[in-house]
Write a protein that binds this ligand. Structure first.
Ligand SMILES: *[C@@H]1O[C@H](CO)[C@@H](O)[C@H](O)[C@H]1NC(C)=O
Ligand SMILES: *[C@@H]1O[C@H](CO)[C@@H](O)[C@H](O)[C@H]1NC(C)=O
Ligand SMILES: CC(=O)N[C@H]1CO[C@H](CO)[C@@H](O)[C@@H]1O
Length: 428
């Protein structure tokens, strides 16, 4: 057997391992660049400080079919557009305001003010957008021009399905921080949305049929480390829609609450919430796929996978604890502050990394001399969003899991073949 054949097989081996485990860098940016209609408008925005480059940073991510949606937090002034879709213009990937430029006007309460996150329902093509209403929330004087709202928008039909304004006594109009959202299916339709508040330490429930909202508060939602500022942030829904998991940013605790509790406005939350264990590091966003919960390690620069399904085999989901937990990707330079997650339809988990601490202390280098400031990654994990089987258990996802399984089998087959070849011919 010649060296060439051995080399080819080794390359195949490595490629195979890569396909199964490795991450792909999809986008990286030094600054957030938008899809301006013309240069005049861009110059005008810069001149009037409606675009202050160093105040723009990518945070939230969700996908629908081939579209990648990204949010730019309005923590500081000068963010032209808070919700966007990635488009290619002149060979560059830029952010196109979504649904349009007219939906981004600060102070116009029908438009989007500050979107930290959203959820995309792959079954309906609806994007569920949480809008804080408030802007400049990291400034000494935040701007409270509009109330917080939840907007449901049909991506395919390009029209608004629902817009719900939270009353002040549910989500405080001068202190709320609507951070993340998951959807809850009952009998084939979304009936509830659960939203974390990372300032007021609340868990909001939006009841879709009743078009009303309420909230729960509990000590487990608070920041638990001394001097910790940020409470409940990450939230994940199980693919059977029985449990919600959440965690405070400043703390390592991870908690489980049954949806049967959340769906009932008068439920005694604190009697039912359960600690599932400690994460290995501070976390912003978390997400549940079909079998595992994934969480970002903000300061350890990677993504951790908790194999919930595996642990639940011993205990059942009602007693499951965070035990089988492993680091799946890690990069000390390009995965700092891996915050928000999204899913595509081919087994990839997507996430953003923006090294937020250097944004907050204003030491980020936007000149380009220190390399990119924001990254969008995808990792093949062979799972799909918790929502992907919501409507039709077993059908919607059948293609996906079999294709994932095929690629794993393909790898196993390839390795067996390689082993046999090496046995027969020996290494030259
Ligand atoms: C630039 O685009 C804006 C928004 O579409 C439009 O109002 C304006 O007239 C355009 N300016 C020029 C010079 O084309
Ligand atoms: C909202 O928060 C502000 C500032 O903390 C407080 O003064 C106000 O009473 C709160 N409003 C409601 C309705 O709770
Ligand atoms: C971050 C990470 O896990 N990178 C790995 C990707 O795959 C190559 C080749 O298999 C490894 O060398 C890297 O360590």
């Amino acid at each position: 057997m010649d060296l060439y054949a051995v080399t080819s097989l080794l390359v195949l081996w490595v490629t195979c391992s890569r396909a199964a485990t490795n991450q792909t860098l999809v986008y990286s940016w030094v600054t957030v660049e938008y899809d301006w209609p013309n240069d005049t408008m861009k110059a005008e925005y810069i001149k009037t400080k409606k675009y202050i480059v160093e105040n723009n940073i990518v945070t939230g991510i969700k996908l629908y079919k081939d579209d990648v949606f990204l949010t730019v937090s309005r923590w500081r002034p000068g963010v032209p557009s808070t919700l966007n879709r990635v488009v290619t213009k002149g060979g560059k990937s830029v952010l196109q305001p979504y649904p349009g430029w007219e939906d981004q006007t600060v102070g116009q309460c029908g438009a989007l003010q500050y979107v930290q996150s959203m959820e995309v329902d792959p079954n309906t093509g609806f994007i569920w957008i949480i809008d804080n209403g408030r802007t400049d929330t990291m400034e000494t004087t935040p701007s409270n021009l509009c109330p917080p709202k939840l907007v449901v928008y049909d991506i395919n039909k390009k029209k608004e399905v629902r817009s719900y304004t939270f009353p002040d006594d549910v989500a405080n109009h001068t202190s709320c921080f609507l951070n993340d959202i998951v959807l809850d299916y009952v009998n084939g339709d979304v009936k509830f949305a659960y939203i974390t508040d990372t300032n007021d330490a609340k868990l909001y429930v939006y009841d879709y049929d009743k078009d009303e909202s309420y909230f729960f508060q509990d000590d487990t939602m608070k920041a638990s480390i001394p001097g910790g500022k940020f409470p409940i942030d990450g939230i994940a829904m199980s693919p059977d829609f029985k449990y919600v998991y959440y965690c405070p940013l400043d703390g390592l605790g991870t908690f489980q609450i049954a949806t049967s509790v959340l769906r009932n406005k008068d439920a005694a939350f604190s009697q039912h919430v359960r600690s599932v264990g400690q994460r290995v590091g501070k976390t912003g966003g978390i997400t549940y796929g079909q079998r595992s919960i994934f969480y970002g390690l903000l300061f350890k620069n990677g993504v951790q996978r908790w194999m919930v399904e595996e642990d639940a085999q011993q205990t059942g989901y009602d007693k499951v604890t965070l035990t089988t937990d492993q680091l799946i990707v890690h990069d000390d330079v390009r995965m700092r502050w891996p915050d928000t997650f999204g899913w595509d339809d081919s087994g990839h988990l997507w996430f953003t990394a923006n090294d937020l601490t250097t944004y907050l202390d204003r030491t980020k280098d936007f000149s380009g001399a220190s390399g990119p400031n924001m990254y969008v990654w995808k990792v093949f994990v062979n799972e799909g969003s918790y929502l992907s089987k919501a409507r039709d258990q077993g059908q919607t996802n059948a293609d996906k899991s079999s294709s994932g399984a095929t690629s794993v089998l393909h790898c196993v087959g390839l390795r067996v073949a390689l082993f046999v070849v090496l046995l027969l011919f020996g290494i030259p």
